[in-house]
Write a new protein. Structure first.
Length: 118
């Protein structure tokens, strides 16, 4: 499975961005897609996840109500719509995939930078 993340950029607080993660290869083996982020000097943290079928979206408390994760079945692409961005959302965002609920995230995209200015 190969994952290609895109859509990052420099925005102001309150703006929106939509990140995309295109999956290719053995996509039939994907069970859950996740989004993670890592800010400078901080640990990588979970942001959101969604089943490969598009069901069961799940969010970190810090983004709940502002971010929406979704999947385009026709394009094998998962999106992260980020609204009302805050400076603390600044990080490199990664998409990842895992094969079942108990498996670790084994496949990772290359990351896309999101910078939110105040």
């Amino acid at each position: 499975v190969q994952l290609q993340a895109s859509g990052g950029g420099l925005v102001q607080a309150g703006d929106s961005l939509r990140l995309s993660c295109a999956a290719s290869g053995r996509t039939f083996s994907i069970y859950i897609m996740g989004w993670f982020r890592q800010a400078p000097g901080k640990e990588r943290e979970f942001v959101a996840s969604i089943g490969w079928s598009g069901a069961n979206p799940y969010y970190a408390d810090s983004v709940k109500g502002r971010f929406t994760v979704s999947r385009d079945n026709a394009k094998d692409t998962v999106y992260l719509q980020m609204n009302n961005l805050k400076p603390e959302d600044t990080a490199v965002y990664y998409c990842a995939a895992r094969g079942n609920e108990k498996a670790p995230y084994a496949y990772w995209g290359q990351g896309t930078q999101v910078t939110v200015s105040s």
